[in-house]
Design a protein around this ligand. Structure first.
Ligand code: G3P
Ligand code: CA
Length: 273
C-alpha cells in the first residue's frame, strides 16, 4: 500500500525566510536574462511534485540550464532524490527505509491527482536520464547522516565520465562545508558550491576560505547585496541564489547580477517558457 509523503514542511519553512527589503530597478531584458543560469529548484517544483521525474522532465521542457536535486541514501545504500530527511508523518527517516520501501511511497499525489504514483527517483536514474541533456546541480542533503556518501557520489559520477574538465554542467553543493571540501578532493575537476543563509558566512575571510575549494557561493536571496556579489566575484567564485518563488525576487536577483537563479518557477527567470 502506498503512503503519502509529507513533503512541504521544507517549503513552508523556506517561505518564512524571505526577507525582501531592497529596492528594485527596471526589469531586465530577455538578453540580460540569458546571461543567468536558470536552475529549476527540485525540478520545476512550482508546477510538479518536487524531486520527481515529472518535475525534472517539465524543467527540461522549459529549457532550463540546470535541474537542482537533493540527494540522500536509503538504508540499503541506494542514493535517492528527496528533500526532507523524514517521510510519511515525519517519524520515518529516509536513511531507515530501504529503497523498496521508499519507492513504494507516492511522491506525487500531494501536488495533484495527475501526479499519483510518481516515485522517489534514484540518483543513478537521474544521472542516466538527464546528463548531456541538462545541467545537474546536485545537493548533498544532510551528508552528515550518510557517512561515505561523498565517495559514493564521486564513484557514480566517474563511472559516467562526468568528472571531466570539459563537463561544466555538473555542480555539487551542500550546506555542509566539510563534505564539500571532501567532494573537491575526490572530484577536483567538478564544480563545488557552498550553501548558506547565514550572513556570518559572507565576510571577506569566510569567502576567501570557501574559494579554496568552492567554485560557487550560493546564498538565500535574503542576504544578497551588490557588495556581496562583487566580493564573491573578486574571490574568483560565481554566485547562485535561491529560492525564487515570485517574479519580484527573480527581478531583484537580476538587478544584483548573480550568475544563477534557483527557482521553483523557471518562467520567472526566463519568461520565454
Ligand atoms: O539549491 C538551493 C536550495 O535547494 C537550498 O535549500 O532547502 O531547498 O534544499 P533547500
Ligand atoms: Ca536543495
Amino acid at each position: 500500500m502506498s503512503k503519502k509523503l509529507l513533503i512541504g514542511a521544507g517549503l513552508a519553512l523556506s517561505l518564512l525566510f524571505t526577507p525582501f527589503n531592497q529596492a528594485f530597478a527596471e526589469k531586465p531584458t530577455v538578453g540580460e536574462r540569458k546571461q543567468v543560469e536558470n536552475v529549476a529548484h527540485r525540478g520545476a517544483a512550482g508546477y510538479a511534485p518536487e524531486n520527481t521525474i515529472a518535475a525534472y522532465d517539465l524543467a527540461v521542457d522549459m529549457k532550463v540550464d540546470y535541474i537542482e536535486i537533493d540527494v540522500q541514501r536509503s538504508k540499503d545504500g541506494e542514493l535517492v532524490s528527496i528533500h526532507d530527511t523524514t517521510v510519511d508523518d515525519g517519524t520515518g527517516k529516509v536513511g531507515d527505509l530501504t529503497l523498496e520501501q521508499l519507492r513504494s511511497l507516492d511522491a506525487g499525489s500531494w501536488k495533484g491527482e495527475q501526479f499519483t504514483g510518481e516515485q522517489i527517483p534514484t540518483f543513478e536514474e537521474i544521472l542516466d536520464r538527464y546528463h548531456g541533456k541538462v545541467g545537474i546541480l546536485i545537493e548533498l542533503k544532510a551528508p552528515e547522516y550518510y557517512p561515505g556518501i561523498e565517495q559514493q557520489v564521486a564513484d557514480l559520477i566517474k563511472e559516467r565520465n562526468l568528472d571531466k574538465p570539459q563537463n561544466k554542467k555538473i555542480i555539487i553543493q551542500s550546506f555542509n562545508f566539510e563534505s564539500m571540501k571532501k567532494m573537491n578532493q575526490l572530484l577536483p575537476q567538478v564544480q563545488i558550491g557552498v550553501l548558506t543563509s547565514n550572513r556570518a558566512h559572507t565576510t571577506m575571510d569566510a569567502l576567501k576560505e570557501f574559494s579554496t575549494y568552492a567554485d560557487w557561493f550560493n546564498p538565500s536571496y535574503g542576504i544578497v547585496t551588490k557588495e556581496l556579489v562583487n566580493q564573491v566575484h573578486s574571490n574568483g567564485m560565481k554566485i547562485g541564489s535561491w529560492t525564487v518563488r515570485n517574479q519580484e525576487a527573480a527581478d531583484f536577483l537580476f538587478e544584483m547580477k548573480v550568475d544563477a537563479i534557483i527557482s521553483d518557477y523557471p518562467d520567472y527567470v526566463d519568461p520565454r517558457n
